[in-house]
Structures are given as C-alpha cells and as structure tokens.
Design a protein around this ligand. Structure first.
Ligand code: INI
Length: 198
C-alpha cells in the first residue's frame, strides 16, 4: 500500500484560480492579501499577468459556486480558492447565502474532481470577520495552504496510475477501484457479486 500526502514544496508547478466576493470587501480584500502572501512565500508567482494565478471577482458569495465550477471545468487549475464573507444581519439573507455557497462549493469540487477550497467566512459580526481576516490572524493564509496541499496531493494521485480511478471530469470509472474492500464503490454487477458472497 502507499501513503499519499500533499506537500508545500511543489508550488511552482501549480496553477490556481482565486474567486473573490466583492460583498464585504473590507474582509474579502484582506483574505485575498493573506492568501497571496502565503502563495508568494511558497514560490507561486501571484502576478495576474503570470500563468500561475487568475483572479475572478464576483458580486457576492452567492455567485462564487458558479464561477468555481466554471474554473474547475476549464481544467486550467490545480486548485480553486473561494474567498467570501457572509456576515449575519437582521434578515434571513445570511442563512440563504451561507447555505448556498457552502453546498455550491462542495458540489463544484465533487462534480469536477478539482480541489475547491472553502474560504468563505461565516460570522455573527463584522468584528469577528475582521479578526479572522488580519486583526488576530488571517484565514486567507490557511486557505492558500489548503490549496497548495490539495493541489500537490492531486498531482501525486493522478501520476500514480495504479490508484487514480477518476476521469478528469470527476466521473468515477471502474478502473482499479478498491472493490473488494468497499463494495459500495463497485459498479452494480460487482455489488451483486459481492452480496452473493456474503
Ligand atoms: N453576500 C456576501 O458575500 N456576504 C453577505 O453577508 C451577504 N448578505 O448578507 O447579504 C451577501 N449577499 C449578496 C449575495 O451574495 C449575492 O451577491 C446577491 O444576493 C445577488 O445574487
């Protein structure tokens, strides 16, 4: 068996899309700075003119999943980083936006097979958001670390043909799936066989 683990030393060979919500840009701008600082210090050329990072601005967090999916489907990136800030107000808007953005980002990642990092702060107050975006620490840095780790992990995984069983569009194929150890992952006919052996 093998151990697969992402690293932080292969950053110069990775490409990223960063999607940023303009809503609450006092917070998201700071998250972006933390994110860029981390990528840069790990060897990524963060210049928008470079071939390593593209920046995609959207009106608010609600619009992030659509562009995350588009970016992932483009096959141009090893990881997509989503930055947003959803802050509780006096209306139920917070609940709708936070629910959709979290579900949407998870779906974008799962459906495309590309790591999509959930860098959306959901807080009760602006103060709490700012504390996480530079005052006490900057979660943008952590989101970049997550992207570096997942990008390099996927690179390793894809280069190991004996275990990589997914096509690029996230569709599960039957090639080399660990059917015996997990019948739930098997195609129907194999599940039947596994059940017959119970
Ligand atoms: N967008 C955010 O990113 N954060 C919020 O806190 C927020 N609130 O609370 O309203 C918010 N709303 C805008 C939303 O994301 C969409 O841009 C808008 O509804 C248009 O689709």
């Amino acid at each position: 068996m093998a151990v697969f683990e992402g690293n932080f030393t292969s950053a110069s060979s990775l490409k990223f899309a960063i999607i940023i919500g303009r809503f609450n840009d006092l917070v998201t701008g700071k998250l972006l700075q933390g994110c860029q600082d981390c990528l840069k210090r790990h060897g990524v050329d963060i210049n928008p003119e470079s071939t390593q990072v593209d920046y995609i601005w959207v009106p608010g967090s609600f619009e992030i999943p659509l562009m995350a999916r588009q970016a992932a489907l483009s096959r141009n990136y090893d990881a997509v980083i989503c930055l947003g800030a959803v802050i509780k107000g006096q209306t139920p808007h917070f609940d709708y936006v936070s629910a959709e953005v979290s579900k949407g980002i998870a779906a974008a990642s799962f459906q495309t097979g590309v790591p999509v990092i959930f860098g959306v702060l959901t807080t009760d107050t602006m103060q709490q958001a700012l504390e996480r975006a530079g005052i006490k620490g900057n979660h943008g840095w952590n989101y970049a670390m997550n992207a570096l780790e997942m990008g390099s992990l996927m690179q390793q995984f894809k280069s190991s043909s004996s275990v990589y069983a997914s096509s690029d569009d996230g569709t599960i194929t039957t090639q080399a799936l660990p059917v015996a150890s997990n019948p739930a992952l098997a195609p129907e006919s194999t599940v039947e066989q596994a059940n017959a052996n119970d």
